[in-house]
Design a protein around this ligand. Structure first.
Ligand SMILES: Cc1cc2nc3c(=O)[nH]c(=O)nc-3n(C[C@H](O)[C@H](O)[C@H](O)COP(=O)(O)O)c2cc1C
Length: 385
């Protein structure tokens, strides 16, 4: 049976944690006011290295798919993110970005007919609320273009995340990540050249190291881990890990720069982490639930007798366990089948597919209770094979 992908989840979570660390590098170390340059410099060398390392061209039929993924996950996403970050205060862009798991659940529902679990949807919505508490100041301005860019960016990455899993390109993770970074970086380069002031003629060592960190760790390592995760886990699970990125940025700002966190922000941080954890646990368990449900359906569907037998078996085992537990607590208990099944059905509002199997009486033994009736010797009723 498939194991719980706990290790894969932890490894994939490193990617957004790394991205969370890149904000502080961008604001504290890199030359100011060149967001598209930072995005292009981050994507291009990492993509080039991965593609050179793979040492082969992309197969012809994959070009357009990988180009679409590159635009959605890197090119359009980064460009929109920076527009949003410039026009919106604080972390509003990140808060709006937190809708990604919900968007992916919607896509899976609309396209694949996979109904979202309400608990997972709830956890994702709570995550957005927590992010709001964590990052929004009461004086936050809602710039319409900024909000539209943030929503479009979140939509872009959500569709990219969903498609990356859905389109079976058959490419190894390093190649898939490499081509997306390379093509995405190429899309960002004209923006960097047109919209940003040129880089100064000479860069300080710290600035070079900052760009190197962005490309080797922030892009190469992080996107490898991210796309590796996407090849193994559900897209909703992976996208919900994305909430760890702004959360990490806030924690690092707090630890390294002494940026104070108010009470509401603290609660928000706890809520965000709780939402990510809840969603992961739900989704980790889901494949196991699904596979057992499929197995039960496969062997029972259309066979009413088998369904009824199974219901009686399961309920009888549960009843016996309750009787033993009651006796273990010093109470008296016994099974009863002499009851009006229809009346019990109505009184407890049971569904058509629910069978009242037996009643279990539990209570304190009355004085003068009759002694236990004789039992047949064990050997008469149980044979060891
Ligand atoms: C499946 C099952 C159904 C039973 N249904 C009833 C019942 O409807 N009414 C009743 O008085 N006893 C019922 N009994 C018997 C009591 O649960 C219990 O076994 C009986 O009072 C004898 O207890 P003793 O064998 O410990 O003396 C049922 C027993 C079993 C195993």
């Amino acid at each position: 049976m498939k194991k719980f992908p706990l290790a894969d989840t932890a490894i994939t979570a490193l990617a957004p944690v790394i991205w969370g660390s890149t904000y502080i590098v961008a604001t504290e170390i890199l030359p100011a006011g060149r967001p598209f340059t930072a995005a292009a410099v981050r994507a291009l060398p990492a993509g080039l290295l991965l593609v050179l390392f793979a040492g082969r061209m992309l197969a012809r039929h994959l070009w357009w798919r990988v180009a679409v993924l590159a635009a959605l996950n890197i090119g359009a996403f980064q460009a929109l993110l920076f527009v949003a970050a410039y026009r919106l205060p604080g972390g509003l862009a990140a808060v709006l970005g937190a809708i990604q798991p919900i968007v992916i659940m919607g896509l899976a529902w609309g396209w694949d007919g996979r109904r979202p679990q309400w608990a997972a949807l709830g956890a994702a919505a709570v995550g957005v609320a927590g992010m709001g508490a964590l990052l929004l100041s009461p004086s936050a301005r809602w710039d319409a273009l900024g909000v539209a860019a943030a929503l479009a960016g979140a939509l872009s990455m959500a569709v990219g995340t969903w498609l990356a899993r859905r389109w079976k390109t058959g490419l190894p993770v390093a190649e898939l990540a490499g081509w997306q970074l390379l093509l995405g970086g190429l899309m960002l380069t004209p923006l960097a050249l047109l919209a940003d002031p040129p880089l100064p003629a000479s860069l300080a060592i710290s600035e070079v190291l900052g760009y190197a960190y962005l490309t080797f760790v922030g892009a190469l390592v992080a996107y490898l881990l991210w796309f590796r995760g996407l090849s193994k886990l559900s897209p909703v699970a992976v996208s919900s890990l994305g909430l760890l990125s702004p959360a990490t940025a806030v924690v690092l700002g707090w630890i390294l720069l002494g940026q104070k966190l108010g009470g509401t922000a603290m609660i928000g941080l706890a809520v965000v982490l709780g939402s990510v954890l809840t969603l992961q646990l739900k989704l980790l368990i889901q494949p196991v639930v699904d596979s057992w449900s499929r197995m039960a359906q496969g062997s029972m569907d259309g066979d009413e007798r088998a369904q009824r037998d199974e219901a009686l078996r399961s309920a009888s085992l549960a009843a016996m366990t309750m009787i033993l537990a009651a006796e273990g607590m010093g109470l008296s208990s016994c099974a009863m089948t002499g009851f009006d099944a229809q009346a019990v059905h109505a009184a407890f509002g049971l569904d058509a597919n629910e069978v009242p199997v037996m009643l279990v009486a539990v209570g304190h033994a009355a004085q003068g209770n009759w002694p236990q009736k004789p039992r047949r010797p064990l050997g008469d009723v149980l044979r060891y094979a």
